[in-house]
Design a protein around this ligand. Sequence first.
Ligand code: IMP
Length: 188
Amino acid sequence: MADLVAEVVPAEEIQARVAELGRAITEDYQGRSPILVGVLTGSLWFLADLVRRIDLEVEVDFLLLNRFGEGGRIRIATDTATPLVGRDVILVEDIVDTGLTLTVLRRLLEEREPASLAAVALLDKTSRRLVDVPLEYRGFEVGDEFLVGYGLDFAGRYRNLPSLWVVLDLPAFTEDPLRLARLVHRVG
Ligand code: IMP
């Protein structure tokens, strides 16, 4: 089991870094009331912790993406309920990998003419980047490995783990995706 998955960022370390990000945003947005827009579903846990570390009057909204077609084209499946025109928008992502999602999202949100647009991601896989996209705030730079926990899923599972785990043997894990659940939840 130990060679299949490993805990890489403990919950306390995540929370400490989230607090730092919250302090940075608080400083940078003094006198303003930003709206945090979370990209569902992965950003939910990060956003919930981050927003409680921001000492400003903020709003929260979400959007849900739909990926379709061979090239993984992206469109907004469920939009924000709040109009973003003239707002200071902070896009909240769980992880930036190739950068394609963030690139499309930034373009789509810029069209709404916000007062400003910034992005924050808990994790940044810089080595996997295919497109150069601005990322104003990031929690941790990570390598080219598959991660689960704290919002990140494998086939819908493991988002609720409070820490981050790396999948070391992806083929074996794909064959038996409940192996981590048996380790952490002592199920089955
Ligand atoms: P990008 O468009 O390649 O930057 O993809 C970003 C999306 O890929 C994220 O929002 C995640 O849904 C997914 N993703 C990338 N790496 C991982 C990972 O290690 N674990 C889980 N999901 C990931």
